[in-house]
Design a protein around this ligand. Structure first.
Ligand code: PEP
Ligand code: MN
Length: 349
C-alpha cells in the first residue's frame, strides 16, 4: 500500500502514519524528495475499517493499493511526474536540462576550460568524473579526491552545480561534501550497498541504467534509493548492450517514454555513452528531446584528441553550441515550449 502525504506534511504527521501501520504489523518505508512525501507500507494486517482510518489521519493526501514492487517510484495512483532540483536547477516536466562536462576530471586546467565551455553553451549542470569505473585496470582511473576539489573550484567559478560519480559506499559522504548530485554509473546500478549509501547523503542521485538491465530492474534500483529515504532521483538511459558493434551501446529510445509511464521520476538521456561517437551525439540528442527526455548529459573536452578518457565521444566548443541550439529547436518543434523559461534561457539571454 502506498500512502501519499500532503506536500507540507509534518514529521509528527508522518510518525503517526508510521505508528498506525506498525501497530498492525506493517513495515514502513518513508521517502521524501521531488516535491513529495510518500510511504510504502508492506505487510500490514488491515482490519475492515483501517483503510478509511488511515485516509483520515492528518496529513494523508491519498492511500492506494500498489501492484508494483517499485511502489515509491511508480506512477500508480495517478501520481504526476516529478521535478528534481539540483542546487536550484530543475530537472523534470516543463524543461529540458542540459548537463555537460568532461568524462573525467584530468587536470585543473582541462576541467576549468570544460566548465567554461559548458557554461557558455548554456548548460546548467556540470558533469565530470573524479572517480572513474574503467573496464581496463591499466586505463586512467581518475584523480579521486583531488578531482573533487577541482570540481568544486569549477562550480565556484561558473556557478554550475556539479554531478559526479561515486564508486564505493565508503566514499559517498566525502563526494557529497563536494558535489550537488551523485551519479551511480551503469556498472554499479545493482550495487545495492552503494545505492543505500548515496541515498543516505540526502543529495539528488543520477541513476544510470545498467548496460544489461531491464527497465524493471532499473526502477527497482531506484526503489532501493527511495526506500532508503531519498526520492530525489533522476533516471538516465545511456544505451544498452546489444549485438550491434558500430555503436558503443544501443540507445534504447523507447525506454524514455516507458520509464516515464511507469515512474514519476525524471528521465534523461546520455547520448555520449550511448553512441560512443562524437558524430552521433547531436542526432541522438535530437531523438532524446523529441521522444520526451527531461534532459541530456553530454561529454565535452577542450582538446578531445588529448583526452585520457572517452575522447572519441567528447564534443568540442562549436559542437556543444550546435547541440544547445538543437535542444532548443527540437523542443519547440515537438511542442515542448517551456525550454526557454529554464535551462536554455541562459544561453539565449
Ligand atoms: C560516465 O558517465 O562517465 C560513465 C562512466 O557512464 P556509464 O556509467 O553510463 O558507462
Ligand atoms: Mn565516459
Amino acid at each position: 500500500m502506498l500512502v501519499q502525504m500532503v506536500t507540507d506534511a509534518t514529521d509528527t504527521q508522518v510518525d503517526r502514519v508510521v505508528a498506525f501501520a506498525e501497530d498492525r504489523g506493517g513495515q514502513v518505508f518513508v521517502a521524501q524528495g521531488a516535491g513529495r512525501v510518500v510511504l510504502a507500507v508492506r505487510g500490514m494486517h488491515a482490519g475492515p475499517d483501517d483503510e478509511r482510518r488511515l485516509r483520515a489521519l492528518p496529513g494523508v493526501a491519498a492511500v492506494a493499493p500498489t501492484s508494483r514492487e517499485y511502489a515509491l517510484v511508480s506512477r500508480e495512483a495517478g501520481a504526476p511526474r516529478s521535478r528534481v532540483e539540483v542546487a536550484g536547477v530543475p530537472i523534470g516536466p516543463g524543461t529540458v536540462t542540459l548537463i555537460a562536462g568532461p568524462c573525467a576530471v584530468e587536470s585543473r586546467e582541462q576541467t576549468l576550460a570544460a566548465a567554461r565551455m559548458a557554461r557558455e553553451a548554456g548548460a546548467t549542470i556540470l558533469r565530470g568524473g573524479a572517480y572513474k569505473p574503467r573496464t581496463s585496470p591499466y586505463a586512467f582511473q581518475g584523480t579521486g579526491e583531488a578531482g573533487l576539489v577541482i570540481l568544486a573550484e569549477a562550480r565556484a567559478e561558473t556557478g554550475l552545480p556539479v554531478v559526479t560519480e561515486v564508486l564505493r559506499p565508503q566514499d559517498a559522504e566525502l563526494v557529497a561534501e563536494y558535489a550537488d548530485m551523485l551519479q551511480i554509473g551503469a556498472r554499479n546500478m545493482q550495487n545495492f550497498d552503494l545505492l543505500r549509501a548515496v541515498a543516505r547523503t540526502g543529495r539528488p542521485v543520477l541513476l544510470k541504467r545498467g548496460m544489461s538491465a531491464t527497465i524493471e530492474e532499473w526502477l527497482l534500483a531506484a526503489e532501493y534509493i527511495a526506500s532508503a529515504g531519498n526520492l530525489n532521483i533522476v533516471l538516465c538511459e545511456r544505451g544498452i548492450r546489444t549485438f550491434e558493434p558500430t555503436t558503443r551501446n544501443t540507445l534504447d529510445i523507447s525506454a524514455v517514454p516507458v520509464a516515464q509511464q511507469l515512474s514519476h521520476l525524471p528521465v534523461i538521456v546520455d547520448p555520449s555513452h550511448a553512441g560512443g561517437r562524437r558524430d552521433l551525439v547531436l542526432p541522438l540528442t535530437r531523438a532524446a528531446v523529441a521522444v520526451g527526455a527531461d534532459g541530456v548529459i553530454v561529454d565535452l573536452h577542450p582538446a578531445p584528441a588529448e583526452a585520457r578518457c572517452d575522447g572519441a565521444q567528447a564534443l568540442t566548443h562549436p559542437d556543444l553550441d550546435e547541440l544547445a541550439r538543437a535542444v532548443r529547436d527540437t523542443a519547440s518543434a515537438v511542442g515542448r515550449t517551456t525550454v526557454e523559461e529554464t535551462s536554455l534561457a541562459l544561453s539565449l539571454a
